[in-house]
Design a protein around this ligand. Sequence first.
Ligand code: GLN
Length: 445
Amino acid sequence: VEASLKEIERVDGQVKAFLKVDHEGARAVAKHIDQNRSAKRGLLHALPMALKDNICTDGLTTTCGSKLLANYTPVFDATVTKQLRTHGSILMGKLNMDEFAMGSSNENSGFFPVHNPWDLERVPGGSSGGPVAAVAAGEVFFSLGSDTGGSIRQPASFCGVVGLKPTYGRVSRYGLVAFASSLDQIGPITKNVEDAAYVMQAISGYDPMDATSIPQDVPDYLSALTGDIKGLKVGVPKEMMGEGIDPGVRAQIQKALTQLEKMGAIVEEVSLPHAEYAVATYYLIAPAEASSNLARYDGVRYGMRQEGKNLLDLYLETRSQGFGDEVKRRIMLGTYALSSGYYDAYYLKAQKARTLISQDFEKIFAKYDVVVGPTTPNTAFKFGEKTDDPLTMYLNDICTIPANLAGLPAISVPCGLADGLPVGLQVFGKAFDEATLLRVAHAFE
Ligand code: GLN
């Protein structure tokens, strides 16, 4: 804990991954562990970690990167927080993020942006920029992020660490502040794949507190790390290797595919014919669900309150001053898409496209064990490069969004550099088959 605090002190003034460092809390837990050395040890015994600030922590602020929740302190732990504590890890604090997890660069944080530890003039990706930067910079051993459209994998790729989005329903969402409930999943961010297996083991499993949690046995993820991928069938969607993918990124992915082949995998081209609709589909479904989820921030029940002449005025003032531009944009888009008369044309249509995208994957997984491609079309970009045009920012999620729409697990693992910046290899798996993803990523890394 002292080493972690020292490292935070040394680098976080520049990286800005932390919104809150809990010196006292972390030291108290460390002392307790120290005084009970004979106690049974958990899987993550005495490991310093920190959590994305949309994961509830009893007694510690959970701001979601928003001014609106700047003073919100939960009175309960999220299920994952509880699980990590039970397994012995030590919470060092809460990590910066795009406001309400909406963004791909951390420039939407309501407080200040996170900087990429590889190059401080570049973004760390988003929305889990804080969790990823904290791990990449060595401030903590691991962290948890949330992934609605790529928010674990895209920043992991930008900062050269491992990020895993589990199958929808594998990890409890209880105590995760909701963004788009049919897409959100919590997952580990770690330095390497073995660590990801440990953290997955600790947080996976059925939770009666989350209605979308699936009662399915959790395999032993560590024993999946055999190093053997002989005969594994790998599909590479041609849509993820063509136009729009930077040549530098594509070259690293090609190299990775050759390496997988050398290790005995059978690599073949496949097609996701509806992938081209994924971004449009996501940017209807996610804002629609967000507009509904964020209705609860009315100045009465949670967080900030701006007084007004009457109740409507109080709502208006609180929401106008509390939310940032991107959050407002999504609420407007989502409210529009759900309004009467438009529902069939937008939300319902998007749900149909979502089914087609799921079916594309089903067809591939009937023949292949995993699907492999890049995590992002480019490496980390500079601050301000994409802020004027939300659409180019949204396109950064083109390779990650399909997994969320289909509910499938996907991992990003570092695979070399392009122009000195990390590239991520993305591996998608069948539902609830995180073990195979971990096996492939581990054999590759
Ligand atoms: N960048 C995407 C968005 O802005 C994904 C965010 C996420 O996964 N939380 O919605």
